[in-house]
Design a protein around this ligand. Sequence first.
Ligand SMILES: *Cc1c(COP(=O)(O)O)cnc(C)c1O
Length: 420
Amino acid sequence: MSQKVDKQHIWHPLTQHQSHPEHIVIKKAKGAILYDENGNEYIDAIASWYTCMYGHCNPYITQKVSEQMRNLDHVVFTGFTHKPATDLATSLMKILPQNQQKIFFSDNGSTSVDIALKMSLQYYFNQGLKRNKIIAFQDGFHGDTFGAMSVSGLSIYNGPFEDHFLDVDRIAVPNKSNIEKVKKHFITLLSKNNVAAFIYEPLVQGAAAMKMHDADLLNQLLEIAKKFNVITIADEVMTGFGKTGKNFASEYLIELPDIICLSKSLTGGLVPMAITSCSDKIYQAFLSSEMEKGFFHGHTYSANPTSCTAAIASIELLMSKEIQNSIDRIKTAHKSFLENINNHPKVKSTRQQGIIAAVDLNIETDRYGDLRYKLFDFYMEKGVYLRPLGNTVYILAPFIISNEQLTKIYKAIEDSLEII
Ligand SMILES: *Cc1c(COP(=O)(O)O)cnc(C)c1O
């Protein structure tokens, strides 16, 4: 395939094309392995941005989807419904936190967040209350559309657009030493009674390089949010579906979110889809004899039947004994790897939540500094696809990864300590 055509006509996401090297052509993917056009193999140690958790081209999911495509490909979801959508709602109801009642469909993580924000703002608008502000964590990431970008704190991406953002205040992520200060700041902001929602990535902030915080500390903030009648939005786009060791990170918390955003790995990586689920309390505020109090948001491919089918099959796999055992196996393997590497002089610290493992290297660097390219190339040469962020190397491999493949990832990370 022609890298020339790629260079001529394709604009890649999150890429500075002036300095970026040629893109590697991936020809095929199976299980945990990516194959390039030159016959090289790479272990997909980040499951292609945490999507292909049941393995690439999973035979069970692809089989179900191929049957579905022959029967009902797509139909407008306003005025019509279909079994893939209702079956998916049924499967989700079985595993989502028990206060979740309604499923709203869209196409990607960012839109699932925008929908959550619009639901929150309109929830108060419909009741004649003026609550325009959103609170989010510093360093959070929620996506690249305007609403999602507004609540994201990783500002290197946001510069040109900041004048057009939603009204957002940020609070620090709590840790044991700052918790009282964060709570005080949070209460000060909430006391103005103009806050509609608090959005957070529960337990693990993915794009911030897998930063982790304690469930107990987040829970204290959620308790406060509830007291001030503020809608809580759990952005589980990254943490959803088993990665933190439970189906959803929100299950580690006592306070349940009013709204949950889901996308990555919802369909096992096969096709795009996102979901914003909410409690009945939210939904009720949109019921009215006045038409305009309904939620007038929709996407052409809402509840696409093939995507729904991929999601149903993925959830079936997630709930299987095989995948649940695998989650335990990976958790244990990560734990001993991190314990081993933690004492290395080039390692600053390590952390783990479920099957997410992160190693902070003992070296100063920018988020997109030279180090990450050097490490990236090193890992690729060893046949492992990892995407370091700043001085953090993290693993979020598919659930089906073998012990042998895990060992290869660990070895590549260990060896990379010698080149920094
Ligand atoms: C990736 C991500 C998003 C955005 O999802 P897209 O599908 O890339 O739009 C939102 N929130 C979190 C926590 C994410 O990890």
